[in-house]
Design a protein around this ligand. Structure first.
Ligand code: SAM
Length: 288
């Protein structure tokens, strides 16, 4: 088996295949030997479990997943990596590389085709330019996924895993909380990658709920409210919602009063349950 954390091995592989890193595709490959085994171990990859990976690179995390899981399917957009992966993962019969864009591939069909009814987890060192779209896609499509363990930028980790009622909370963290329980697993320094990015990273984990913890009358209304409320987060809710959702201020004040939320509250002071109550009240009044 190739030692894909060894800088000499990596460089000679890259040279052999004439591979150059694409900044545009977020190609920062892991070279810290302790990170991939730790990620794979914590991801839930084990006997009887299927793993969806996004972005194989030269296969350093894929190897660790393949050693533990029943099957690994990795969606990798860059066709230049395919001959390298043939060489580095050739000995693993339980790995399939799908050369597609993860934002375009039919994930339901992919999971059904490769994993059938097997429990599935996601584990990936994400391309940072599309961290939020990938996470939202994995969550919104209600895929049969139990856990998502991903490397993201340190700042993104703080935002995604922010606790309700704290400054870091935003529309993304609220949405993530609707579908899952997010938490930070461990930090990873920028020196753990080749080439080294300009920021540090962290591995986070989302335990995906089989059912959302709250049931809004209309999901779309809840998300429109959250997006509207956080788009002008410094303003009070009546001002923000009036300007972003065009709801009359007196109606907003009436709903907040009815729910015993102070009229000077800002988006970051509310929890998901309260957003759901406000959205439901607006829906019932035909305002959203
Ligand atoms: N897993 C490898 C590692 O840890 O060394 C590579 C991680 S690198 C941060 C991100 C990988 O995602 C790259 O291999 C890149 O080509 C791939 N990628 C970028 N955009 C993608 C997309 N839209 N769909 C699928 N893969 C993508």
């Amino acid at each position: 088996m190739h030692n894909l954390s060894n800088i000499g091995t990596i460089k000679s592989l890259l040279q052999k295949y004439g591979f150059t890193f694409s900044k545009q595709l977020g190609q920062n490959f892991l070279i810290n030997p302790s990170v991939c085994p730790r990620m794979a171990e914590l991801s839930g990859a084990k006997e009887g479990v299927g793993v969806l990976e996004i972005g194989a690179g030269i296969g350093v995390l894929t190897q660790e997943l393949a050693k533990r899981a029943a099957k690994v399917v990795c969606v990798e957009i860059d066709a230049r990596l395919l001959p390298i992966l043939d060489e580095t993962l050739g000995e693993f019969e339980n790995v399939t590389i799908v050369n597609q864009d993860v934002m375009k591939v039919d994930l339901h069909a992919l999971l059904q085709e490769h994993f059938g009814g097997m429990p599935v987890v996601v584990c990936a060192n994400l391309p940072y330019y599309i961290t939020s779209p990938i996470l939202m896609r994995l969550l919104e499509e209600r895929l049969p996924i139990e856990k998502i363990t991903v490397m993201v930028q340190k700042e993104a980790a703080a935002r995604i895993c922010a606790e309700e009622g704290t400054r870091d909370i935003g529309a993304l963290s609220m949405a993530v909380r609707y579908y899952s329980h997010p938490h930070v697993l461990f930090p990873v320094s920028r020196g753990s990658f080749l080439p080294a990015p300009e920021v540090d990273s962290a591995v986070i984990q989302l335990d995906v709920f089989s059912q959302p913890p709250i049931k809004p009358i209309r999901e779309k209304a809840l998300f429109a409210l959250i997006k509207g409320a956080f788009s002008q987060r410094r303003k009070t809710l009546p001002n923000t919602l009036n300007s972003t959702l065009k709801i009359p201020k007196d109606e907003i004040l009436a709903v907040l009063g009815q729910l015993q939320i102070k009229p000077t509250a800002r988006a970051e002071e509310l929890n998901l349950q309260q957003f759901c109550q406000i959205a439901d009240a607006f829906v019932q009044k035909g305002l959203l």
